[in-house]
Design a binder for this molecule. Structure first.
Ligand code: AMP
Ligand code: ZN
Ligand code: FE
Ligand code: FE
Length: 291
């Protein structure tokens, strides 16, 4: 895949979850897979934790470049908005402090969700969910998996539709940062803040989306995840135009969760995603010019 003499050849995956959050592969396994797939660079972007990213640095493989990463859940008008952070300093004290607050919010929330499910007559325990999580940050996907194992639902999606989603009877909100706070946190840790999977933003029109992006840009947003497993060609084009208009860096990733997100594969998403290495070069150039 790599071509001699062509410095920006190769493919990357900049949106990956490990066992440190709700992925099913360890950072070491992810690196090994990336190496086998001939990916030139990856970033492990776990939800509200850098433990997987830190761990990955202990298992570096010679041919895969590792970018430090994170995905922070924020709250935008009651909806969830995810902000990715690349090339962050994993030793940044303020980042660690805030992440522990977010992790505590998860720890407070999960037993409440389980209690609600129990009140609905479903037999499950927090311990069962922790066991499924394998010791990383617990999230709703782990609870969904226990519901699936117990045949309460027939799919992870049904678990969200029927119980765990924002309108579900077992939904519990948790403390989340404002987008501006997550953006500053990432920037102050020397990283590049990027809007994750913009297709998840609930808007009625392209103009509304543009307004939200403008606001985020005024908060310090530097990039947008244009290439994503679930983006249609039309969406990809639209987000590319938005990137151009607001002079944002472009990133891309699969949101690989191992076996926990069926049909999404490392490096290629649903099969045809290809994210060029030059996007990584642009991220690094940006960081170098601004540090
Ligand atoms: P949490 O971090 O506990 O708020 O859970 C959020 C995660 O749940 C997201 O990152 C998604 O990966 C996953 N998720 C949300 N909705 C669904 C759904 N309908 N089907 C499957 N996974 C979902
Ligand atoms: Zn996830
Ligand atoms: Fe996300
Ligand atoms: Fe993700």
């Amino acid at each position: 895949m790599k071509q001699a003499g062509s410095n920006d050849a190769g493919w990357v995956d900049l949106h990956i979850h490990s066992t440190a959050s709700d992925g099913t592969l360890s950072p070491e396994q992810i690196l090994k897979m990336a190496q086998d797939l001939n990916l030139r660079a990856i970033s492990i972007t776990d939800h509200d934790t850098i433990k997987g990213a830190v761990e990955a640095h202990r298992h570096l493989t010679p041919d895969v470049e590792l970018l430090s990463g994170i995905e922070i859940s924020t709250s935008l008008q009651g909806n969830t908005l995810h902000i990715l952070g690349y090339l962050i300093d994993l030793k940044d004290p303020a980042l660690s402090r805030t992440l522990s607050i977010l992790q505590n919010a998860r720890k407070e929330r999960n037993p409440k969700i389980i209690q609600k499910l129990q009140q609905l007559g479903i037999e499950l325990t927090y311990e069962e969910v922790v066991k499924v999580s394998g010791g990383g940050e617990v999230g709703r996907p782990h609870i969904a998996e226990v519901l699936l194992q117990k045949k309460v639902v027939r799919s992870i999606n049904e678990a969200f539709q029927k119980y765990l989603g924002a309108n579900g009877p077992a939904y519990v909100d948790k403390y989340r940062l404002q987008p501006a706070e997550a953006i500053s946190l990432i920037a102050d840790a020397g990283g590049v803040p990027v809007l994750a999977h913009p297709f998840t933003i609930k808007t009625d029109s392209e103009r509304d989306l543009d307004k939200i992006v403008s606001e985020l840009v005024s908060n310090g947003l530097k990039g947008i995840e244009v290439h994503y497993s679930e983006h249609t060609d039309i969406q990809t084009l639209l987000y590319e135009q938005i990137a151009q208009k607001h002079e944002l860096l472009i990133t891309g990733g699969t949101d690989f969760h191992g076996a926990r997100k069926a049909g999404v594969y490392l490096g290629v998403g649903k099969g045809n995603l290809r994210i060029p290495y030059r996007l990584v070069e642009a991220l690094k150039e940006y960081k170098q010019a601004h540090s």
